[in-house]
Write a protein that binds this ligand. Sequence first.
Ligand SMILES: [Fe+2]
Length: 364
Amino acid sequence: MATSEYEKKALGKETLAKYRELILLYDITEKLAASLDPQEVASLIIQEANKLINANKVSLMLINENTGLLEVIAGLGDEAKTKMSLKVGEGIAGYIALTGKAEIINNLSDDPRFLVGTRKVSSMMCAPLRIKDKTIGVINISSEEPANYTAEDLKLLSALTLQAAAAIENARLYDALKEAFLTAVSTLAETIEKRDTYTGGHTKRVMEYSLAIGKYFGLPDNEMERLKLAAVLHDVGKIGVRDDILLKNGKLDEEEYREMKRHTIYGEEVLKYIKYFKDIIPGVKSHHERYDGKGYPEGLSGTQIDIIARIIAVGDTFDAMTSDRPYRNALSKEVAYAEIKKCAGSQFDPEVVRAFLKAMALNN
Ligand SMILES: [Fe+2]
């Protein structure tokens, strides 16, 4: 049977709309797959929803797992400023979170669930973000003018929320995994530290000092991540140093000192077999290098030394000076600040020392 001209046109239009929808969703999937930060994922979804559907206001709400409340975590228009939170079941968004079913409400003023407040809204679409059978949040799309949202709009929004829920869940899992990994790594570092002459907490403090310096130095987020891990693992190579040297109470002789210094190289040896640690090797291996080139193990100088290592060097030295050691008592913070300052340009990178002093002044 021949298809009529009218049917052909209608089919063409429908195919085109489907194709457009597919391209847009593919585009979103690609962008979402590249991001593992929940906040970034939420902002991206909001922007895309706004591109796809005619609206003045878009917001994404997630259920806070601790409080059980729905909270706005990203938004466009007035919604971005709202710090609104709702109980599940409360208002329209709360109702959608409860039922798990998307809805169009084209005449909001007649809807008894609508919480009027100060917001001027006429039409709204709301869809749940679902993972398996669980609702984790909702997306609200609304318009100040009557928008007459259609079933087609809702279908598009639902397709978007499917992607959004999966991306947010991924980002959350990645965060949890990173946290678990850092805990495992810290436990390892603390176990190694127990063999050392520090009275405890050295690894954690070096990490905290290093992160404070990194912040005032203006390191970008990805470098801060690298710094954190390298600071925790800076002395991991001590695992390879013999107990009689590592735990010796008195002064090390020349041979023993040479062996002790090798913990920097052992650090590289330990880490190089794990792909994930590749990026932090320079931070671990070079944390005893000196800015003037007189450090070890390679005698690197200036910017030849990875920035992460230049930062850890200051954090590590400061903590060593302000901790009790078997052969001397802790120095006061003031004496240690003066000592670090004196070594700017010789032992330490002067820019790093500047960031350190700024961080310490503001933290005390
Ligand atoms: Fe060290």
